[in-house]
Design a protein around this ligand. Sequence first.
Ligand code: PXG
Length: 461
Amino acid sequence: MNNQPLRNTTLAWKKADTDHHIHPFTDHAAMANGGGTRIITKAEGCWLEDSEGERMLDGMAGLWCVALGYSQERLAKAAYNQMVELPYYNTFFQTAQPPSIELAEKLASITPEGLNHVFYGSSGSESNDTIVRLVRHFWQVKGQPEKTVIIGRELGYHGSTLAGVSLGGQSGMHAQGGLPLPDFEHVMPPYWYAKGGDLTEEEFGLAAAKAVEDKILELGPEKVAAFIGEPIMGAGGLLYPPENYWPEINRICEQYDILLVADEVITGFGRTGHWFATERYGIRPDLMTFAKAITSGYIPLSAVMVGERVAEAINNSGDDFNHGYTYSGHPVACAVALENIAIMEELDLVNKIKTETGPYLHKRLNEALGDHPLVGEIRGEGMLAAIELVEDKATRKHFADIGKVGGICRDHCFNSGLIMRATRDIMLISPPMIIEKDEIDILVDRAKSAINATAKDLGIL
Ligand code: PXG
């Protein structure tokens, strides 16, 4: 007997999936009526294969995570070797194992200066829960326990746990289950394209930063513990801040003594053509979260990088920090992360994205779609791109039935063998970071035909 599942047919899997499996962020009735799940069975490089043998180019790297693509045997071997050597031991109660220690040292060396301490988790959501616990504990240790409020942004995404949803500004998530929790506040995002009105990007950058300052003053700086933001807002639609936004946020957080948290779960580990987007924007965070590409998604791992000020207070508080997960610093996940980073360094991948494949992706997208009547804006850098579909290019007017056109376009992509994700009417591109130019050509060609087909459906072309 081989160890294949017994009922390995598409129909049987679909039925079992419909009968037993609750999926994240899925309308199950719509899925069942639409023929059920698409079942991915194999993958290689940047390509996925489904249970019917259809191949698709993965323009989203899974969920923004499969940085090195799907066929890195070295990651599998690193996991295997560690499982044989020491499959599990924890990092509680004065113990550790070599992979968690070596990875901590490595992360301290590649993250921006001043972030030299690591607290591990297994997902971005978990690490953002850790952020909330750490930030509040820090202010207690400092003798200011009333500093509890954390300010995030509308459209921000920081995960799906109670704390993650509360930190984030996704109204659809807030609406289910009475969230956010108390002491989480949200301000407008630096999304010039939709919210900038007649302001220049620069004027709007200052206005969006001022919204943070105004909120701090409204609440009282003595109540505000931290501000959290994704350097570039990912799941909210790849929203790029004007260049003057983050420098202003640095100033504001320093002026009012508020911790600055950068959530690099999507942007970390080279996706922007920089190891971390905080470097790109000159952000000076006290804390940084990452996950996803740290292991190329092969195994769950996340981390919070902790700056000196916070680490010193926590480590010298005279008490335990009463927080941790069974799998904090899991040796197998840490071994995979070490190998993942080693491969990135050997390939000089971050630099390649910055100087070669990133510029090529954006040049090709702009050539193919820059003048398209449905395309309001193409934005991005490195291995991240967004195509904003609009009703009127000149006035930046969105479609009234928000999300419908994005959904149509996503389905055309799917049918033409390209995975692109739609947030509202924004098409998102975040392919495996190892993608080569010939595959970028295929990606752009397929994106263009899907957008053309969408325009035809709307009677525009
Ligand atoms: N922070 C950010 C910035 C994220 O993008 C999380 C935290 C939470 O990570 P975990 O590992 O708990 O999922 C994320 C996750 C999408 C999509 O469709 C985005 C995420 C997750 C799932 C789907 O854009 N981001």
